[in-house]
Ligand binder design. Structure first.
Ligand code: SIN
Length: 332
């Protein structure tokens, strides 16, 4: 009897599956060219690690990933996790460009029963010293470790394992582009899992939207603050019919005086407004230098604008009452 863990490998595209015309070219290439069977076939050593089922779920450059794709992906993963023959772990290949968004969405919506490890690469599969094969190998190895399940979806890249909420793309082309800003990875993942945080939580804290996947996500836009940014952007978004706005503001989520009347109009129109920061480190605290309670705005706390947009879309789809919103931002 083969007692190796059963891993489901699900491909979505990205540079990890990309091909360039020559081995030195790491910038001109076509992403999402190879399917996941091809990627795993290039790693004969995984036969000693696990048994595999594979599925090419999407073939995308992740810049084109849509919220509707997140919903379909979460639906499929829930089916796998809750089905009759649950795998021991799931590995998802993805592009680096938006892996942090997909990972965060999945971390809010999936049950934390088995390890789910996402991975990606900065260099196409055809490059000399491509980073994809080792990242995939490390993701597979991590997915065979049941103690990782309670963290929710993780991202494996460059010998490290990151929680979804801690990982971001920090560089446009360097191979170590994925990482944290103020946070450490939870573990080194060099074949063996070397814990960097004291130990994994023994009991999974349920993802806040586990079992509550909406049919569609409401439109939430991110508006980027800058010197002289026109307040008309807010009015345009409201006229367009957005349900929520995330303002990626300067400093500590500091609202320009010129934006105040448009924010008042947006709130009066029933649009939920989140104050976030365009700075990736630090946090935007509620009611610090801005009276969120009196104004009716939400502070993003430690969520980036990208994460705040996902959290807001899910809370709006779930009709969470306003007084519950701020605490959801604080906890997740
Ligand atoms: C993508 O995100 O699909 C392309 C870029 C990458 O994977 O690094």
């Amino acid at each position: 009897m083969n007692l190796l863990p059963r891993i489901h490998l699900l491909g979505t595209g990205g540079t990890i599956a990309g091909i360039a015309a020559n081995v030195m070219d790491t910038t001109h290439y076509s992403a999402a060219e190879l399917d996941v069977d091809h990627l795993v076939a290039a790693l004969p050593e995984v036969a000693g690690l696990a048994r595999f089922t594979t599925e090419q779920f999407l073939s995308l450059d992740s810049k084109d990933m849509q919220p509707a794709d997140w919903l379909k992906l979460a639906e499929r993963l829930r089916e796998l996790i809750n089905g009759a023959s649950t795998p021991d772990g799931i590995v998802i290949t993805h592009g680096t460009d938006t892996i942090e968004e997909t990972a965060f969405f999945l971390s809010l919506t999936l049950p934390r029963r088995i390890p789910i490890v996402m991975t990606a690469a900065m260099r196409p599969a055809s490059a000399r010293s491509a980073d994809g094969p080792m990242n995939l190998l490390q993701a597979i190895s991590a997915a065979t470790n049941p103690s990782l399940a309670t963290f929710g979806p993780l991202v494996a890249a460059n010998d490290r394992l990151w929680r979804a909420r801690d990982v971001t793309k920090r560089h446009t082309h360097a191979p170590d582009a994925l990482g944290g800003i103020e946070t450490a990875p939870i573990a080194m993942a060099t074949g063996t899992t070397w814990w960097l945080s004291p130990h994994p939580p023994t009991q999974a804290v349920d993802a806040p939207f586990n079992g509550r996947l909406p049919a569609a996500l409401p439109e939430v836009w991110i508006l980027h603050g800058h010197a002289g940014a026109p307040a008309a952007l807010i009015d345009f978004a409201v006229e367009h019919g957005v349900r929520g706005l995330v303002l990626a503001l300067a400093g500590h989520g500091s609202v320009p005086i010129s934006w105040e009347p448009a924010i008042t109009r947006a709130l009066a129109a029933g649009v939920t407004v989140v104050r976030a920061s365009r700075i990736r480190a630090g946090a935007v605290m509620a009611n610090a230098n801005y009276d969120d309670t009196a104004r009716g705005t939400i502070a993003s706390i430690a969520l980036s604008p990208l994460q705040a947009r996902i959290m807001l879309a899910l809370t709006l789809a779930d009709s969470a009452p306003r007084n519950a919103l701020q605490s959801l931002f604080a906890r997740n």
